[in-house]
Structures are given as structure tokens and as C-alpha cells.
Design a protein around this ligand. Structure first.
Ligand SMILES: [Fe+2]
Length: 332
């Protein structure tokens, strides 16, 4: 049994590559793409966060296009290379630039008023982090709505990928008892940092205007299918949008974990419950790979421009949100 490290993090993530019944169906390798490395797998992957093996251990099944999906009598699908090129555009996009600004501000939070500076940020993040759950559900729904339009196997394979990150938000992972939801993990993180429960912050805070704006934009765009009429074009748009969410989330959570650790070492000096940020920092690369494989199973080659438009839409609105988060911390 071979193990492949897929992360340079202190909390090592290992990919267990072994023989598995699912491998029989895979004729085109599932593709794992992350800015930390690129490799292919053909079997089930087992991801283990070894820092907390009992509480957070999960399995991700990546479903790449099978021979049935690639049947010659069906329309051609977008290629791995096309999707990678689209993802690469995000590397130099507005979203990553906003994250750079946000993390710089987070590391510079002053020691004497860290709580006052971070409270409005956490009020926004709390809403924002949960708001991706309905966004994921909406992306899944748009693929399901191609019933009668898309090929059954293609639709099914895309959904087999997409269901996993959504279920994971609620603590459900393959071959595991149900764990804490990500909302619960965020509450634990908050409590360990601030020393009082999250509902107390929410009760004393105004409406999280920036997070609510991003949420409304995400739902408008995904459920509106990018303005297309055809259900498959709407699904392609939703899959591109999902891809951008997951791809940027990989940057977002990894960076955020590093910045909070830095802030804690310098200013807070607390015994922080890092699990929320750790599972996301380690898990988002896998989620991005899942979103990537969902696209490869169903998006027709002529919809590459729809993917691109969807990714640009999310990049733009995500950037506005994180620039606002940076503003909340700057100038103190
Ligand atoms: Fe999450």
C-alpha cells in the first residue's frame, strides 16, 4: 500500500492508494489538482487528518469520467487541460488579491484591541461560512434539474462528486459516524478564541451586511444559471461557479489558518481549537478536486465559456467580500 503526501502542512494529510472495487469502473483517471501539487489517482482516496484521528477523519471518493461517460455517441466534454487553464486564471484574479490584503491585515491586528477589531469580522465570517452550504445545494440542484436533458450516467457521476463536500458540511463522511457540523466546529473555534459563546457575538452585532450581500449574489447567479435558458447550460454555469468557490476556498482557508496561527503566537497566546480551520485547510484541495471532476463528467466542450463566466462572477463578488473584511481590520 503506497502513501502519498499531498500537503506541505505540519498536519500531514496522507492519501492511501490501494486496490478497491470502485477502481474497476474507472477507466479515465480522476484528477486531483491543487496549487500544492498535481497528481492522478484511479482508486478511492482515504484522507486522514493525523493530528486528530478520532474526531476528524474522512474519505473522499473522486469519480473521474468513465468509459460510459466518454461514449462516442454523446457530445464531447471539456478537457482536463481546459479546466486547469480556467483555474489558473483565478490564481491571478481579484479574489486571491483580496485574500492577500485580508491576511496582511489579520496578521497586523494590534495586541491592545484585537477583540474589538475581530468581532465584526467574525460576525461576517459566521454568516459567510454557512452561506456556502445553500450555494453548494443550489449547484447540486442545477445539475439535478438537467433530468431528461443530460445523459443519465453523466449527471449521476457529476452528482456522486458534488454530494460529498455538501454532506461533509454536516459532518457526514464516507464510512464514518456523523461528526460535528462545520458550523459546530466554527462555534468551537470562536469559543476558544473569544472565551464566550458565538450566540453572544451574534446577539450583540448588527446584520452581517457584506456576507449577506455575497450570499444574495451567489444565489442569484447560481439559481439564475448565468442567465441561460437551457438547463444544461445552467448546470454548466453552476458547476463553474462551484469550481470557483472550492478553488478559492483552498487558498482562503489555508491562508487563514496560517495567519491565525501567526496572530495567536504574536498576540493572543491562547489554546485555540484549530479543528475548524484545519479540516478546511486540509480538505479544500480535495473539494476542489471533486468540483473539478464533477465538471469533467458533464460539461460539454462548447460550454467552456460558460464555466469561465461563472468563475469570473464568483471571483468578483468574493473579492468584494474579502476587501470589506480587510477594511474592517485596517487603520486601527
Ligand atoms: Fe465547511
Amino acid at each position: 500500500m503506497a502513501y502519498f503526501a499531498v500537503s506541505s502542512h505540519k498536519t500531514a494529510v496522507k492519501v492511501q492508494k490501494g486496490s478497491n472495487a470502485a477502481g474497476k469502473h474507472v477507466t479515465v483517471p480522476a484528477v486531483v489538482v491543487s496549487r500544492r501539487g498535481r497528481f492522478t489517482v484511479t482508486e478511492r482516496r482515504v484522507i486522514t487528518n493525523v493530528a486528530s484521528p478520532i474526531k476528524e477523519e474522512w474519505q473522499v471518493n473522486l469519480h473521474g469520467p468513465t468509459q460510459e461517460v466518454m461514449r462516442g455517441d454523446l457530445p464531447g466534454l471539456v478537457t482536463v487541460e481546459e479546466v486547469r487553464a480556467l483555474e489558473a486564471e483565478l490564481d491571478s484574479g481579484a479574489g486571491v488579491e483580496a485574500l492577500r490584503r485580508f491576511n496582511k491585515a489579520l496578521r497586523a491586528v494590534p495586541a491592545d484591541k484585537w477583540e474589538a477589531v475581530l468581532r465584526p469580522v467574525f460576525n461576517e465570517l459566521c454568516f459567510n461560512l454557512e452561506s456556502f452550504n445553500p450555494a453548494f445545494a443550489a449547484c447540486l440542484l442545477q445539475v439535478q434539474r438537467t433530468i431528461g436533458v443530460s445523459d443519465y450516467v453523466r449527471r449521476d457521476m457529476a452528482l456522486k462528486n458534488l454530494i460529498q463536500p455538501l454532506a461533509g458540511e454536516y459532518g457526514m463522511h464516507n464510512n464514518q459516524p456523523q461528526l460535528k457540523t462545520h458550523r459546530e466546529l466554527f462555534s468551537d473555534f470562536f469559543m476558544s478564541l473569544f472565551g464566550y459563546p458565538l450566540p453572544q457575538l451574534l446577539a450583540d452585532s448588527p446584520a452581517p451586511a457584506a456576507a449577506q450581500l455575497l450570499y444574495s449574489q451567489m444565489m442569484r447567479d447560481i439559481l439564475g444559471g448565468g442567465g441561460h435558458e437551457d438547463p444544461l447550460a445552467q448546470a454548466s454555469y453552476a458547476l463553474g461557479y462551484n469550481l470557483a468557490i472550492e478553488y478559492l476556498a483552498d487558498y482562503e482557508k489555508t491562508w487563514m489558518l496560517d495567519s491565525f496561527r501567526d496572530l495567536n503566537a504574536r498576540v493572543l497566546k491562547k489554546d485555540i481549537d484549530w479543528i475548524f480551520l484545519e479540516v478546511h485547510a486540509e480538505g479544500e484541495a480535495e473539494h476542489a478536486a471533486i468540483g473539478h471532476n464533477a465538471v469533467l463528467n458533464i460539461v460539454p466542450t462548447e460550454h467552456a465559456s460558460i464555466l469561465r463566466a461563472a468563475m469570473a462572477d464568483h471571483d468578483r463578488d468574493f473579492a468584494v467580500f474579502y476587501n470589506r473584511m480587510a477594511e474592517l481590520m485596517e487603520g486601527h
